[in-house]
Design a protein around this ligand. Structure first.
Ligand code: HEM
Length: 135
């Protein structure tokens, strides 16, 4: 395992994630905002149930974080998920929407939110999102 992100950035991300997760609204608010962003995104989630989606978002955050920490397993899992997502109609631009929507929720729920925290989320999640969007 090769660490590719500085320890203080990871710590900033973890602390912010913990503050967000202490709010029971976190995952539901993110999903609600993402789903209502556009008709095509809403269609993708048409047959999904809320509890499954919340687990999926939780799992996504862990996988993306592990990818940044250099986990080969998560790299491979993200590559398989990339194929799976493409097959159900997820487009590259949806990942930008996913990230910006998530950060709008972090900004709202993390009382310590600032630019450095925003950057930490982008850095930590960015590596995995690159894997999901690369062809
Ligand atoms: C940002 C990186 C993302 C990661 C790591 C990720 C991860 C996952 C995972 C782990 C699952 C569950 C797969 C399974 O159990 O078979 C899933 C399902 C799904 N994802 Fe993502 N996802 C990401 C982005 C997105 C985006 C951008 C969209 C669309 C806007 C999306 C839409 C979906 C949908 C529709 C499902 C199926 C939900 C269901 O009906 O169960 N995902 N994703």
């Amino acid at each position: 395992m090769v660490k590719v992100v500085q320890e203080d950035v990871l710590e900033r991300f973890h602390d912010s994630l913990e503050r967000c997760q202490s709010n029971p609204e976190f995952l539901g608010l993110f999903y609600d905002r993402l789903q209502h962003y556009s008709d095509d995104i809403q269609k993708l989630f048409e047959s999904a149930d809320l509890e499954r989606i919340k687990r999926m978002i939780q799992q996504s955050l862990i996988l993306l974080m592990m990818a940044t920490e250099g986990s080969i397993h998560s790299h491979q899992r993200l590559k398989r998920l990339r194929e799976q997502h493409t097959a159900i109609g997820v487009q590259p631009e949806h990942y930008t929407t996913w990230l910006e929507t998530l950060l709008s929720v972090v900004e709202e729920l993390d009382p310590k939110y600032n630019l450095a925290i925003d950057q930490a989320w982008r850095t930590v999640l960015g590596e995995g999102i690159n894997i999901m969007t690369s062809s």
